[in-house]
Design a protein around this ligand. Structure first.
Ligand code: CAA
Length: 291
């Protein structure tokens, strides 16, 4: 199937990054969210992030302008029905994703491929509640989307080969690399990454190290670009906790139990960068550890 237009549901951290890379690759993009402020903020962020790429010599000013012109926004979710490919990138809550698919389904073209950027929810289960489980799959980007090279493609039990190949062709056109993952809790990247982050929080909880020493150890001792606590703040502590819960529930192994300190930060509403406080406080000039 020839994919020309991409509908993106959700203009948050992941949704705006997905719209960004799709538009740069030449796709017509229709970006949807619940309120105009979020959509305006997303367009501003996309322009700012493209400027960084222009400054770095990765994108020309002309290509940036052409890409921005390819992004349209809408408050009406059902407008996305005319797109060839839909990527749902809403909040990581199954009931919200479910509602989005229920609303979209009557408006889709028969051949539209429906995908979710979920980082951990069962693709097979999401697909089974649609009218097109064979044309449904996981399309999982990494944050920051314009920089990270990988996209995980996750087949549900019913996903057909044509759908997989069509999505793989989109990833190729983005200039990114697709990793094929089976549909088990948290797929590949988060199955490995989140227990590491959770272990870093246990290391803090048990007083083995401070926020600073834990992050510094992993940066200088394991060559990670960000320390695990800094990375958790970057991803969002609510997202980290949600993924740990999916691993814990889905694999029924106590090794995935979320650290109580992670739960406490989420209960406090200290969700990381997006709320300006997490393992670091981002309200000043430079981030300050909160423990
Ligand atoms: N858009 C466009 N360009 C961006 C960007 C963005 N959002 N963010 C960074 N860049 C560019 C910068 O402009 C810079 O470009 P130049 O090399 O041309 O100057 C380059 O990327 C590097 O950025 P910085 O110099 O600002 O900072 P850095 O070298 O510290 O890199 C980082 C920043 C790429 C985020 C790096 O710290 C990193 O790789 N961190 C780890 C990220 C990671 O692990 N992501 C995966 C999270 S897990 C996930 O996403 C899955 C999930 O479901 C939770």
């Amino acid at each position: 199937m020839d994919i020309r237009s991409v509908g993106v549901v959700g203009a948050g951290q992941m949704g705006n990054g997905i719209a960004h890379v799709m538009a740069l690759a030449g796709y017509e993009v229709l970006l949807n969210d619940l309120d105009k402020e979020t959509l305006d903020a997303a367009l501003e962020r996309i322009a700012r992030n493209m400027d960084r790429q222009v400054r770095g010599g990765k994108v020309s000013e002309q290509d940036k302008e052409a890409a921005l012109a390819r992004i349209k926004t809408t408050l009406e979710l059902t407008d996305l029905g005319r797109c060839d490919l839909i990527i749902e990138a809403a909040t990581e809550r199954e009931e919200i994703k479910q509602k989005i698919f229920d609303t979209l389904l009557p408006h889709l073209k028969p051949e539209t491929i429906l995908t979710s950027n979920t980082s951990s929810i069962s693709i097979t289960r999401l697909a089974s509640r649609t009218d097109r489980p064979e044309r449904f799959m996981g399309f999982h980007f990494m944050n920051p989307v314009p920089v990270m090279q990988l996209v995980e493609l996750i087949r549900g039990i019913a996903t057909d080969e044509a759908t997989f190949q069509a999505c793989k062709a989109v990833v190729d056109r983005l200039g990114k690399t697709a990793a094929s993952a089976e549909d088990f809790p948290a797929f590949i990247v988060n199955r490995i990454l989140m227990p590491m982050i959770n272990e870093a929080v246990y290391t803090l909880y048990e007083g083995v190290g401070s926020v600073q020493s834990i992050d510094q150890s992993m940066k200088l001792g394991a060559n990670h670009p960000m320390g695990p606590l800094e990375l958790a703040d970057f991803i969002g502590l609510d997202t980290c906790l949600a993924i740990m819960n999916v691993l814990h529930d889905g694999l029924a192994d106590t090794k995935y139990r979320p650290c109580p300190l992670l739960t406490k930060y989420v209960e406090a509403g200290w969700l990381g960068r997006k709320t300006k406080r997490g393992f670091y406080d981002y309200r000043g000039e430079t981030p300050v550890p909160t423990r």
